[in-house]
Design a protein around this ligand. Structure first.
Ligand code: NAP
Length: 214
């Protein structure tokens, strides 16, 4: 399975749509899980017909790894709508925030949305990631001669390794940032990205990079 994990994407908007297109073009089996009355036809077309769509529970049941990219306040409800996903890997790409003359982190009482998901769905292997840059990078992770860092936080080492291998194969640079409690820092980092991109005049073609001497 780990050689070619099946990937479901719930939320076919800016982030989920772009990521699904890119992962499908990168050779992964991708299925969008869509709500009744919605469809992902446009993004499937952009993937060159390489991705598929089905209902959310069908996509979740089929998948090994599920990327969740919905409005943060819908994340728990959307995960519940997947049905029983015990043992599956859920990648939380979402950032809980409000706008008050700029982005403000509004985490749930658990400290981060990822921690709230892990608490609500204790048998699901939650990894926080793909959340600290704009959706343009989900479609094209390369920036000049380098590629955007995907910071990954999670308590399940194998789940994190699987997501890391997907990121690498798709041209991102994964960075393991430790346990799921560090998801709160990633959500804060995303708020900083939004501030820099949308309030401080840096624009959206920016990303955080871990620099290393030697
Ligand atoms: N935009 C960015 O640059 C960016 C970057 C990093 C992280 N994020 C985070 O990524 C998440 C998605 O952002 P986005 O910009 O991609 O949003 P978006 O373009 O508005 O797309 C949201 C998607 O979520 C689906 N959705 C909404 N409520 C749902 C529910 N209850 N159950 C299932 N699906 C539901 C929508 O489907 P329908 O068609 O059915 O409404 C839509 O496909 C947010 O949490 C955001 O904080 C965004």
């Amino acid at each position: 399975m780990s050689q070619n994990p099946r990937i479901a994407i719930v939320g076919a908007g800016n982030v989920g749509g772009n990521l699904g297109i890119h992962l499908a073009r990168s050779g992964f089996s991708v299925r969008f899980g869509v709500r009744e009355g919605s469809d992902a036809k446009e993004v499937i077309e952009k993937s060159g017909g390489k991705a598929e769509q089905s209902s959310i529970p069908e996509a979740a049941k089929w998948a090994d790894v599920i990327f969740l990219a919905v409005p943060a306040n819908a994340a728990v409800e959307a995960t519940r709508s997947m049905g029983d996903i015990s043992g599956k890997v859920l990648v939380d790409c979402n950032n809980p925030l409000k706008w008050d003359d700029g982005p403000v982190h509004t985490p749930p009482p658990e400290g981060s949305l990822a921690a709230a998901l892990a608490k609500a769905f204790p048998k699901v292997r939650v990894v926080k990631g793909f959340s600290t840059f704009g959706a343009e990078f989900h479609l094209e992770p390369k920036l000049g001669n380098t590629s955007i860092d995907v910071q990954l936080a999670g308590d399940d080492a194998q789940a994190k390794e699987l997501v890391s291998s997907i990121a690498t194969r798709a041209g991102f640079t994964p960075v393991d940032v430790g346990p799921l409690r560090n998801a709160a820092h990633l959500e804060s980092l995303a708020i900083l990205w939004i501030h820099l991109a949308m309030r401080a005049g840096q624009g959206r073609e920016i990303g955080f990079k871990l620099l290393k001497r030697g």
